[in-house]
Structure formats: C-alpha cells, structure tokens
Write a protein that binds this ligand. Sequence first.
Ligand code: C2E
Ligand code: MG
Ligand code: MG
Length: 767
Amino acid sequence: MSRPRARSLLPGAAGAYTRDHMNGSAGDLRVPTNPGDLQLLVAAAAASVLLIALLFIILRRRQSERSYVDRLRDREERLKLALWATGERYWAYDVVAGKLHRLAAESRETPTGDLAEDVADVGDVVHPDDLPMVRQRVEDYLSGHTDTFLAELRVADARGEWVWMRARGRAVARDAQGHIQRIAGTALNITGTRAAERELRISSEVLRSMNEAVAVIDRNFDFVSVNPAFLRMTGYDEEDVIGRNSSLLDSLQHDTAFYQHIREQIRRKGRWNGEIWQRRKDGEEFLCQIESSTVYDKNGQLILYVAVLNDITQQKRAEQELRYLANFDTLTNLPNRSLLSERLSRAIVRAHREDNRIAVLFLDLDRFKDVNDSLGHAAGDRILRAAAARLQQTVGMHHTVARLGGDEFTVVLENLEAPEEADRVAREIIMAFEAPLLLDDRREIAISPSIGISLYPDHAHVPTELLKQADTAMYQAKAAGRRTFMRYDDAMDVVVRQRATISGALRKVLDRGELRLVFQPQLALAEGRITGVEALLRWHSDEHGEIPPADFIPMAEESGLILEIGEWVLREACLTLQRWRQHGLTDLTVSVNVSVLQLLRGDFPEVVSRVLADIALPPSALELELTESVLMANAEHTAAKLQAFRELGVSLAIDDFGTGYSSLAYLKRLPITTIKIDKAFIGDLTHDPEDAAITSTVITMAHSLGLNVVAEGVETEAQVRFLRGQQCDEVQGFWLSQPLDAHACLAFIRNWRPAREPATIQPVAAP
Ligand code: C2E
Ligand code: MG
Ligand code: MG
C-alpha cells in the first residue's frame, strides 16, 4: 500500500530506504502505528535525505572548486614557466573593445614571481607605421582569410621603447553566432633576431652581387658555399662544386705539390694571398688572385675558410701589353730605344766580364724621307717593316735589332773577335738591301742603308756614347755618298760638332744676307750659242767661311728651311735674268734647282707663277731642275705636280741623270723637257768605254723621246768633241765656264763669240 506513494516522491531512494529499513534495522526503530505519524516520519526522513544530498553536493562542489583553483594555479605556474623559458609574452585582444591585454613573467631572470598584466588600446602600443598592417592581419583572420593571426610589428615596451615582436594568435572566444570575440596568443621579442637576420640578408645579398668570386670552404677544403660570381668565373654550376674539393680548380700550370703547399699555408697561418693559375670547367686556365681568410666561431674554434677570387688574366695581359708597348716598336715589332739600351747595358756587362768586344751598328735608310713624303706614310710604314725584317734576317735572330724611330735601326753584335767582323756584317747588310723591298704584290722599292759602327771597349763604355758615336759614323757614311758603312773615329766628332754649328748658323742665313747666287752658262753645241745659265747657290758664312751647297742643302732640307731658301733662290734667279733681259739677252733661260721638299710640300706651282708674275718674266724663260730621286719616288703624284708647271709654260729638267734608278721608259710618262747627264758619266767619257756607251745611249734615247740633252761637268775639249759627235744638245762645265757671279756671267755671255769649230771655242777663265 505505501509503495506507490513512496515511489511517486523519490522512487529509487524511498524504495531503497524502505528495503534497508525493513530488512536490516527493524528492531531499532519504533514502527509508527498511526498513518499521520507515518507520514510525518517519511517527510522527515526525506528532508534529511535531501539535506544530506545537498550537503554532499556542496561538499563536492567545494572540493571541485578547490581543485579547479589548484589546477588553475598550476596552469598559471606552467604558463609562467613556459613564458619565462621561451621569452614569449601572452596577449589577448578584445575584438569588441579594441583592448589589448598583455601578460608577461615579471622576472626575466627566474621563473618565479607573478605574471604582470597590462591593458591598453592597440593604437597606443603598436607603432603607427605597423598599425595598418596589424589591423589588416586582424581583419584577414576575422574574415577567415588566414588560419592564424601572424604579424611582425613594433610594440612599445615598458620603458616606452619600440621592440620588434613576432605575434601569433587564434580565436579564444566567440559569441553565440560564432563571431570571434577574443584573439589570444603569444609574442616573442625578435629585435635581436631581426637585426641578425637583416645582417645575414645584407651580407648574403652583398655576396650575391659581388663581382669578386667568393667561396666558402671547410677544413677539408671542400666547397661549402659559392656565390654567383664564382660560378660565372669557373663555369661550374652550384651542384658541380658544393661538397667537392677545391682541388677541382687546380690547373696544370703548377704541380700538385704547389697547391698542397698553399693549402698547408692556409691551414697553418689562417690566411693566404697570392696569384695562382686555376682551371675553369671548360679546361681554360686563368690567372687568379686569391685572398683567403678564416672564419672562427665564438669560441675561437675554426669553422671555415673564405676565399675571394679575382680573375686577373686580362689585367696581366694588359700589363704585358703595356710592357710590350714600352719596350717594343709596334710598327716593326723590334725592340725600341729603351729596350735597346737595356740590352746594350747588359751586353756591356757581359763583354766586360768575358773580355770581348761589342759592335753597335747604326743604320739609316738613304733618302727615306723623300720616299715617305712622295709615296705616302702607309707605303713608308711598309718599307720600314720590310727593312726591319730584312735586317733581322741578315744578322740573324741571335743579335739584337732595334728601331730607334723614323728610319733609324740599330744592330748590336756581341762576342766580336775583331773590329773587322763588324765591317763584314755591315757589308752583308748593304748587300742584302741590293734586292728591292716588296711593298705589296705589285710594288717593290730599292732602298739602301748607310751604316755607322762604334765598338766597345774601343770607342766608349756606356750605351748612350756608343749609340752617339755610331750615329756620328753613320752621318759620315751618308756624307761619303750613302750606301756604305763607316767605323767611328775621334776625328768624326769634330765634323759632327761643326755640322751642328753650321746648321745653327743656317737659320740666320737669310736675315744676314749671307746667300748669293752664281750662274754657270750652258752652250748649245750646234749653234755655238749660250742658251741658258744654271743658278747655283752659294753661302759665305762670317763664322764658317765658304760652305759648299752639298753640305748645307741637306741640312736646309732636314730643317725645312729649304722652302724659304728655295723661294729666295727662285726670285733672285728670275730677277737677275730679268735684269739681263733688259740688256738685250731675251733668248736666255735660267735653270733653278728644286729640292724634293719644295716639290712635295706647299703650293710650289703657285709660288712659281706668283714669282714670275711679280717679276714679269715669261715662264718660258725658266727651267726647273729636279733630281732623279725626287721624280722616281712617286710617279703619279709627281707627274700631276709637274703637269702644273708645264701648263704654266715652265720647262723641266732632270738633273744628275744616271745616278738614280729611273729609266728612260719611265721618264716618258713625265712631262719633262730636258735631261742633264750627270758629270760622273761625262768625267770618264773619254777613258771609260762603258760611260761612253751609256752617254751615247742616253742621248739617242732622249732624242727619240723628244727631249733636250745637256751634258754636265764638261771639263775637256775631248769630252766636247765626243758629245758633239753624239749630237748632244748642250754642254755645261768648267770647259766653258766656272759658275760666275751675276755681273761676271752677264759679261761672259755678252762677250761670247761663237766660233765655227768647237776646237777653237776657248773657255773663259773663272774670275
Ligand atoms: P747640280 O745641280 O748638278 O749642279 C752642278 C754642280 O756641278 C755645281 O756644283 C757645279 O759647280 C758643279 N760643276 C759645274 N761644272 C763642273 C765641272 O766641269 N766639273 C765639276 N767637277 N763640277 C762642275 P755646286 O754648285 O757645288 O752644286 C752642287 C749641287 O748643289 C748642285 O748640283 C745642286 O744639286 C745643288 N744646288 C746648288 N744650288 C742649289 C739650289 O739653289 N737649290 C737646290 N735645291 N740645290 C742646289
Ligand atoms: Mg742642277
Ligand atoms: Mg747636276
């Protein structure tokens, strides 16, 4: 009966209670007898059960609360420990309030102490420059673009200084709709790391962009790291070298021991500088300037070697080229003056030690200047190159052949037994130059050298003196008629000194009025009439006396003074003839000698026409004499110039014909009117059948070309007879007259009475 009610209140408990009560404690309790009591009893029991249960629950909750706080404290300890150990800070960002909570272990030294918390507006603690980025990152996280919040930003620390922090965090609270309310996470001070990273980034960037190749090598000399410049320089790819031994670059220029020695040096001393040959991937060897040093760790333990490599092959080559330029003549590739003196000095030292002789041969190409001026400098250069080759070929590679400049060459002969050996070599050189030099496929040119010789120890003991004396001797060889050699002797010095003073005096010659002209008449054999005179220059120097034209004209040519002097001669000759014409000698012509320089430089045809116009002399009264060498130098060029004179109406004569290289056939192309056979042929005409034959041939051929022939240097009656027999047109020489001054010459011509027979023509004695 009671069970249903009890079941409706607290079925399990009541039933249990009832069962326990009825089974186990029936004898201890008084069983209520009336129903009211029973109801009360049940209520009381239920209340006490409830109370007990309540107590139990409270107790349990207290207990669990206590353990929760304990756990919380424990966690806080752990958090503190973690934050202390990692140096991280805890933070939380209240998305709604925009507040930032920061938590950090108060003590940095020990893991004990409290966690300090501060709360601030984000805008107050984050660096203004980083704020937009931070907001964007938060936004990205909130909107689900990123899984975590991650940012590197500057934050004000407790002292108000900016420190770089790396912060990461995630959502820790959301509202009912799932919107993030709070983000929390940790932040690490990375100020130091960032600086280090930056440094590392900069240095690796520097390494990357460096022009110098850099290689990092470990203690076994295996490559650890290399920069792009290194790869460019060696031609290897990074994977070809990393982990490989640096001997990969060893070249064959040095032996293995050499490279080992260097590595040993690096190992022992920690650094090494120097130049070594290395080899690229393609096998090409290059000269490398290496600077290696050692990188140690904090404890002073060696870690790595760093080598900076520079390819200096080009630089070395350039240096070599410069050295070459400083020592060699680029045109002929022969040693130049400076290398010559160096070699000569060394040769002198050797000769002194071994007690033997040296010869210095100073060589100059004859009339090179004329050739160079007329053929042009390109051809001149070719001649010099060909001459250099011929010279070296003749003396052999074991003797030094040098070019001093221009057309001057020097040969140094060592270990001479006797001075005559030098003469022999000089003679051989002259012979070797007999064969013409080839300019190109078509052109060749004959050019002869003049050689001067000086000897060590006979003449001098130092290079400069030896060269000077050989030069002096060379000048003497030139004066002796060129195409020959001369050995130096002390008397030459006197000549040279004189030459120097004369050439100084020559500069003042026009101002001082020391020049004058003499005139040598020319006789036309057929008519027995004086047809013309040759104007010849004379210089009487106050200091040096009478100086023959053969001496001073070459000097005037060298200095260029001949242009001025030549014009003076031309004007003076024309003036004289004009005066004579006023005395009735209107059929007479005057011949003026022209130097090569006058012909080639400047506007000589204009000069001539101006002078003629000034003096009002008909051009037909003037003849210009040009030597063969002038004409042969460059036919085309000279022909054009000569044509200009012919157009003016001036006659042209070839002087000293027979001494040069020209042939009559060649002369046919030139607009000349007269040939003057050189006195060298006339002098021996009556004794030397060969000269006689040449002279008669020249006369015949010249006539066939329609040219007038003058024989020069006619001294004897016999010569006149011979020439007349050969139908030579005119004669000039001491037989007829010495060169005379203007006054005497005028008298000579006016007094000239042609005789019927040549034998009766009596030359007039010179004044
Ligand atoms: P050249 O033009 O062949 O002149 C002839 C030379 O022979 C002259 O020498 C003359 O005095 C000389 N002579 C004349 N008849 C005889 C003779 O029967 N026997 C010998 N042995 N010699 C004779 P000079 O006057 O000493 O002139 C030498 C050279 O100097 C000239 O040779 C000419 O090339 C040059 N020269 C002279 N005057 C001038 C000038 O005004 N300008 C230039 N550029 N050269 C000149
Ligand atoms: Mg002449
Ligand atoms: Mg002559």
